[in-house]
Design a binder for this molecule. Structure first.
Ligand code: KG4
Ligand code: ZN
Length: 339
């Protein structure tokens, strides 16, 4: 059965809307159109996301973006079969905008709605690429709020293998960048600067690298970067690129090593990388090299779909429904799960 699914993402600082067509069976659903508005510029002046401003901007953007994807795909709102939205985790006020709009549209159209877990959206985002992965695979989920390794046997069949015990990888990028005065969002800024520096200039810790398990810890690294920055004092400015490169190398080393351990432990030959940090070029290069050596296939979402977007939410909903894992519901008394 063919289903037209509208997906809305509003968990943090990007408003994303997309239309996905599911044809049922085992065929991978297809992305018809997606539109995104990033609030980065708006929050930049404050050095981070201001929740109240985020919510207000989602309100301004979500309907125009919905109109844009309908126009681009040549579909009519009345033909949408299911309205999916990000139910959490994320900022409560921001989530409520997407959930409210999705449920209002669903109620008005008489169509069911489906709340999607934001991380499942990231996890399944590589299925939006031209060369989608096959199950089973190991997933490395690296975003601003999460760092997890998972065994994925199918839609909804996820086994957590390990995760961070403190900061997420994206947080480590963002906080280190902030210490170096690189502004928000720190990850991409630090990574750009790192290209001009030496990764071996500073000796930084690789926490839990040899712990034997698949857990991560990045809080100590952030402290080490702070100590190094203080020690440099006035010399920091001249050594910033080196410190950035060394920090990036430390984070990437741990992510790659643990991913290889997860592959070894599970015996799987396929890995999927998802979440904002998956856009990191150094991570991609290191992981590609390591996986090539071990005859492991790596799948990434397309670069522009690594960070938050509506396409991954519509895709996750489509795959859930197609797998019979979940049914959309007509209870429009929506709720959100910030944590
Ligand atoms: O998945 P995402 O868009 O939002 C969350 O769900 O958290 O991830 C955002 C995170 C931020 O911490 C950001 O700094 C990081 O991903 N990020 C990067 C890069 N692009 C985004 N970190 C390192 N290198 C990048 N190129
Ligand atoms: Zn995200």
């Amino acid at each position: 059965m063919s289903l037209l699914i509208l997906g809305i993402e509003s968990s943090c600082d990007e408003t994303g809307v997309a239309l996905v067509r599911s044809t049922g069976g085992v065929a991978v659903p297809t992305l018809l159109a997606h539109a995104l508005h990033s609030q980065i510029e708006m929050h930049q002046a404050y050095g981070g996301v201001v929740p109240e401003l985020a919510s207000r901007d989602h309100i301004r953007r979500v309907l125009p973006l919905t109109e844009a994807v309908l126009a681009e795909s040549g579909q009519r709102l009345a033909d949408v079969d299911v309205v999916a939205y990000t139910r959490g985790p994320g900022l409560a006020g921001a989530l409520l905008v997407g959930a409210g709009v999705a449920c209002a549209l669903g109620a008005a159209l008489g169509k069911p709605v489906l709340g999607v877990h934001h991380l499942e959206g990231h996890l399944l985002s590589p299925f939006l690429s031209a060369d989608p992965p096959e199950f089973p695979f190991v997933a490395l989920l690296v975003s601003g709020g999460h760092t997890q390794l998972m065994r994925v046997d199918g839609v909804g069949r996820y086994e957590l293998l390990g995760e961070t015990i403190d900061d997420a990888a994206g947080e480590a990028f963002d906080k280190s960048a902030k210490l170096m005065g690189l502004g928000y969002p720190g990850g991409p800024a630090l990574s750009r600067l790192a290209e001009q520096g030496s990764a071996t200039a500073f000796k930084l810790p690789r926490p839990l690298l040899h712990s034997g398990n698949l857990d991560f810890s990045f809080a100590g690294l952030k402290t080490a970067v702070l100590t190094q920055a203080k020690k440099l004092g006035d010399a920091l400015e001249a050594r910033k690129a080196d410190l950035a490169a060394s920090t990036e190398a430390a984070i990437v080393d741990v992510l790659v090593k643990k991913t290889l351990t997860a592959l070894k432990q599970t015996g799987l030959q396929r890995v999927v990388v998802a979440g904002g940090v998956g856009a990191n070029r150094h991570l991609r290069a290191q992981l590609n090299a390591a996986c090539a050596q071990n005859q492991v296939r790596v799948h990434y979402p397309e670069l522009h779909l690594c960070t938050d977007n509506g396409a991954m939410i519509a895709m996750a909903a489509a795959m859930r429904l197609q797998a019979g894992q979940q049914t959309a519901n007509r209870d429009y008394a929506f709720d959100v799960k910030p944590r």
